[in-house]
Design a protein around this ligand. Sequence first.
Ligand code: GDD
Ligand code: MG
Length: 354
Amino acid sequence: MKAVILAGGSGTRLRPLTLDLPKPIVPIFDRPFLYYQTDLLRQIPEIDEVILSLNYRPDRIEARVGDGTDAGVPLRYVVEPDPLGTGGAIKYAAAGIDDTLLVFNGDVLTSIDLQAVVRRHREREARATIVLTPVDDPSVYGLVETDDDGNVRRFLEKPSPDQITCDTINAGIYILEPETFDRIPDGTKWSIERQYFPSLVDRGETFVAYVDRGYWLDIGTPESYVRAHRDLMAQRCAAGPFMGRPLGTVYRGAGCRIAEDAEITGPCFLGTGCVVEEGARIGAESVLGPGCTIGPGAVVERSIIWRDTVVDRHAVVRDAVLGERCHIEHHAEVGPGTVLGNRSTLTAHSRTPL
Ligand code: GDD
Ligand code: MG
């Protein structure tokens, strides 16, 4: 069995973080997000290859992830000449495959039991099986109505408020039989959500829903990207470096140097080789990527900071996301909701927002 991870989107909503780092390799703690998905796919021993369907900055992904040695599964890259939409991309990536295919949207964080989904698909001899998750507001997702026997009765992508009839949405995880791809035209933009799924319903094909009530999150916005870290630190999702550790753990990577009077409150994450100088304070729900330096008397609270960033003496970073190799100069203040791209500098005593 092969799996396709749809990872071709340009990650617009996560800009500036995704300007030179595509969404699949945006780090969660110190690992590319993609690895959280390959960890799940490894639950299914039958999966012998994971195909990454790409078009935005494939070079960066390949350079970071290589042949999949770190991911623990053989990886292959399929790059579309132009974005083909979710449906076109799946068909393009699955060329030559006639075996059942598992498909994952490249931005969902979950701890779902994938084996159970595959079992359901086989028991029901489905042409397609889709994982659903309940959410409060279905309007930014694909709304999926089911009948009492667990069959999909309607698929409506990004419903308007008056079209919302239930709370179950497409979780972005599918099991598909490639013979159904005959309806997807070659080389044209085509949507799995707006075209392929409605067509399965229209033609009365066996299209099965698997409702999962466990943890699920689309990490596609800065807010949900931060939420993913908080949820993993609080162990609301069974994945990542905090799993199985006591609640409130201060996770320290190898080679960190922390001054004796620095104040560090868990849960928080300090990547390898971080330096926290005297009198600095790292509050709960903070994440420092590898090689960060937090200067004397500086404060970091509820923020995600990528690798090799320097927060200089007496600077403050609160409720913010900072990219790699940023420099927050001394006495500068980075305030709530700020997102700074890689290599940003905030000069001494500057403040954001007003
Ligand atoms: N290869 C390729 N080519 N991948 C693509 C393309 C494309 O043209 N367009 C989008 N993708 C990838 C994105 O990288 C992402 O991993 C996935 O397909 C879904 O695209 P998003 O842009 O993140 O869509 P969304 O979040 O608005 O909605 C989708 O996900 C929701 C769940 O998070 C839909 O599938 C909804 O129905 C679903 O509820
Ligand atoms: Mg998404």
